[in-house]
Design a protein around this ligand. Sequence first.
Ligand SMILES: Nc1ncnc2c1ncn2[C@@H]1O[C@H](COP(=O)(O)OP(=O)(O)OP(=O)(O)O)[C@@H](O)[C@H]1O
Ligand SMILES: [K+]
Length: 308
Amino acid sequence: MAQVVVVGSCMTDLVSCTTRLPKPGETVIGHKFFIGFGGKGANQCVQAARLGAKTSMICEVGKDSFGNEYIENFKRNEISTEFVGQTEDAATGAASIIVNSEGENVIVIVPGANLLVDSEDLKRAADVICKAKVIVCQLEITPATSLEALKMAHASGVKTLFNPAPAQADLHPQFYTLSDIFCCNETEAEILTGLPVGNPEDAGKVGSLLLERGCKLVIVTLGAEGCVMISKEDPIPKHVAAGKVKAMDTTGAGDSFVGALAFYLAYYPNLSMEEMIRKSNFIASVSVQAPGTQSSYPYRKDLPRDLF
Ligand SMILES: Nc1ncnc2c1ncn2[C@@H]1O[C@H](COP(=O)(O)OP(=O)(O)OP(=O)(O)O)[C@@H](O)[C@H]1O
Ligand SMILES: [K+]
């Protein structure tokens, strides 16, 4: 039985590298193309699975070659695909990305099948959701579906880890009350509260504001600075610094962090939250030292033993 259940998105990243970005109507010749597996939900699930969590992904892909490839990707990562639906009604979510030599990009995301994850999918997976240790949700699928999944889990005493990404200024208030752990980055925290976040002190302030909205515990991630946590039990913000590393590509670090945290919540529930965050910081800091998203996520076998 899965201990970590993720209800969320998967996207195929289609990345073209060019010297400069094309203007409207223009064709430019690129020098490199690659396909990557992405989508916040899937990324988080892959990181948890690579640490050794028994995971199940609840999502929708299209009945197309990208959908087939994505299902194979889940299987290679030993993620249960029992509740990965394949629909005829939309294409697998895709992100077309063009990157120039300066690292600037233009991106078009077509959520496609992701927006078709619905109550029916949740009902089919009800047993797995309600028997999990931890459920993880984000906002790359229809928010109402994420909210319903959180409600189901919460009603069964399953720990809820919610990542409000991409951020929505008018987030439904129940997202706060249904979150045991509400984990956002600086940008998301700013959009949700209207307060700027540039350092751990600011993060503590937005954390306490988000706490007032009903979450049990708030984590604000701060890139190289690590995180700030604040909880109902201990309403004094605590900064948990990340180790110093040489970052080469921070893409996907936030999802690596959330996936790692889900693993620790499920498998090491007796660790203090500070210790879980410290370990998750370490894992996410490994991901920033390699290129790409899922391609940069470490496996348990390659990590120091004292993390487990
Ligand atoms: N330069 C870095 N050095 C060390 N750790 C880092 C660095 N950047 C990110 N991390 C780790 O990753 C976590 C998440 O990073 P961040 O706050 O940038 O998330 P994010 O903005 O959601 O990332 P992304 O959108 O790139 O996936 C941090 O809390 C930290 O643990
Ligand atoms: K990376």
